[in-house]
Design a protein around this ligand. Sequence first.
Ligand SMILES: *[C@@H]1O[C@H](CO)[C@@H](O)[C@H](O)[C@H]1NC(C)=O
Ligand SMILES: *[C@@H]1O[C@H](CO)[C@@H](O)[C@H](O)[C@H]1NC(C)=O
Length: 184
Amino acid sequence: MASALTYLYNIILVSSACFILLINGEDSDWFSETKVFEKMEEKVTHLHFYFHDTISGDKPTAIQIAGPKAGGFGDTMIADEPLTEGPEATSKIIGRAQGMYALSGQQEVGLIMVLSYAFMEGKYNGSTLSLLGRNPIFHPVREMPIVGGSGLFRFARGYALAKTVWFNNLGDAVVEYNVTVIHY
Ligand SMILES: *[C@@H]1O[C@H](CO)[C@@H](O)[C@H](O)[C@H]1NC(C)=O
Ligand SMILES: *[C@@H]1O[C@H](CO)[C@@H](O)[C@H](O)[C@H]1NC(C)=O
């Protein structure tokens, strides 16, 4: 008898709990919260590519849009640069770096980089990474934060290591990148 009563009591408890959940669900139909990341696996992805910055010639990939003089403090560029598999200019293009960079260092030559790395090949075709950081271009290796991404790189965070592998006295350069990002 006692166990039958306990059983009934439990049923009443559970159904009122469900009812309260339903009511609360109806209250919040303008937003929803789900603990997706308990089920989604976090992964680390490494990317290796070369960035081709051409400011000379009749087909530059970066142009000055503001600033006192090219190469001086405040010089601001808009860039749309090919990203390739290998260091050669003829190497396969896997994406483009689009955005801007500006000379923002007074004590030493350094850029502020505000760029989207848009991938256009293979698995990451259509996905992007957002890079925002300081780039003291004469250091052998520069580290810059990856602050976000889209597509397969949603919620990405990580860092990019950049090393100049070639440059000329006109300001053109080829830069090797190793990017490490955590995403889902
Ligand atoms: C990348 O995606 C675009 C848009 O879906 C498509 O047009 C293009 O062919 C794709 N490129 C490669 C190399 O798969
Ligand atoms: C990128 O990684 C490769 C392989 O580990 C290494 O040889 C190269 O020096 C690295 N470059 C940068 C800029 O970190």
